[in-house]
Design a protein around this ligand. Structure first.
Ligand code: ZN
Length: 310
């Protein structure tokens, strides 16, 4: 027992020393990078002292007692440790490479709206335009359909990085896809979740904040997807609260959205913010903020999917 314990500690010490040596050897390069990028050195520095501290308290006594055996046990003990260290991340990567489910993204609108009518629900005679043009940024002058696709493409990347399969209703502005057709694309693919990406507009330039819309529970045609859609909306809203500094307008149940009423898979719509608010409009075109939005929505989707995996 004592020998095993000692050789284990020896391995830890050897690993710590090797790590320290490697870290130290890389310092000059890291320091140079530090001035421009600044991230890697603080992370390495924060890991290094704790790993050394963790192994030091019990080391000196054992090392002095069995010094002669250390040189024999180091090569044997070091090999399994380093295999373990490199094996764990590899296993994690393999698991992540298996698809965790299909997410369908619908970047709202398109270059040209289509005012021809379509029923807002399979069991309703009420109609709405097939697809509208969306709003426009008061400060950037950017059309909503452009912003929606910009963030949706970042979201696609963020989801693929997390191991999800992603399909999109459009990756181009030159399409003519009605809201019914967009819903049916996700239905036909049996998506685990459909996420519609939009930005808001208001008569007041002061209106601001993101919101997450989901099918109202009183709508009979969406009854089977209502609970999951709400769960997804809650997960995404929570992640947006945690991942951005923007203000939240909360969850909003909707009865009147064609894209919800025709959906047979859980569906939510993220209103990222108001393009009619000058500063929020500017923020939503800031590449850093777009990444924050995309990453937050991806985290929310992942939270939802993890709950559904159980
Ligand atoms: Zn919209």
């Amino acid at each position: 027992m004592k020998k095993l314990h000692a050789s284990g500690i020896t391995a830890i010490v050897a690993a710590a020393v090797a790590f320290f040596a490697l870290t130290y050897a890389h310092q000059p390069n890291s320091v140079k990078e530090d001035s421009s990028r600044g991230r890697e050195v603080p992370i390495a520095a924060s890991i290094m002292p704790s790993s050394i501290q963790a192994s030091t308290p019990s080391v000196p006594a054992n090392l002095n007692l069995e010094k002669s055996q250390e040189s024999e046990t180091i090569p044997e003990a070091t090999a399994p440790v380093s295999e373990k260290d490199s094996g764990n991340p590899a296993n994690t990567a393999n698991e992540a490479a298996v698809s965790r489910g299909l997410i369908y993204l619908d970047p709202g609108h398109q270059r040209k709206g289509d005012s021809r009518q379509e029923p807002i629900s399979p069991n309703s005679s009420a109609t709405k335009a097939r697809v509208t043009g969306g709003t426009t940024g008061v400060s950037t002058g950017k059309p909503e359909y452009v912003l929606n696709l910009e963030v949706a493409l970042l979201l696609k990347e963020a989801l693929i990085k997390r191991g999800f399969e992603v399909l999109m209703t459009r990756e181009d502005h030159e399409v003519n896809l009605s809201n019914v057709e967009r819903a049916e694309m996700a239905n036909a693919a049996h998506a685990r979740l459909a996420v519609r990406i939009h930005a808001d507009g208001n008569d007041s330039t002061k209106a601001k904040g993101y919101s997450v819309l989901y099918p109202d529970k009183s709508v009979s045609v969406t009854r089977s997807i209502q609970a999951d859609s709400l769960l997804a909306a809650e997960s995404i809203l929570g992640a947006l609260k945690a991942g951005t500094n923007a203000s939240s307008r909360g969850l909003q149940p909707r009865k009147d959205l064609t894209g919800f009423n025709w959906s047979t898979v859980p569906v939510v719509l993220v209103e990222m913010g108001f393009m009619t608010n000058p500063s929020e409009d500017e923020d939503m075109s800031d590449p850093d903020y777009q990444l924050q939005l995309a990453e937050s929505i991806a985290v929310g989707i992942e939270l939802y999917m993890v709950q559904k995996e159980d």
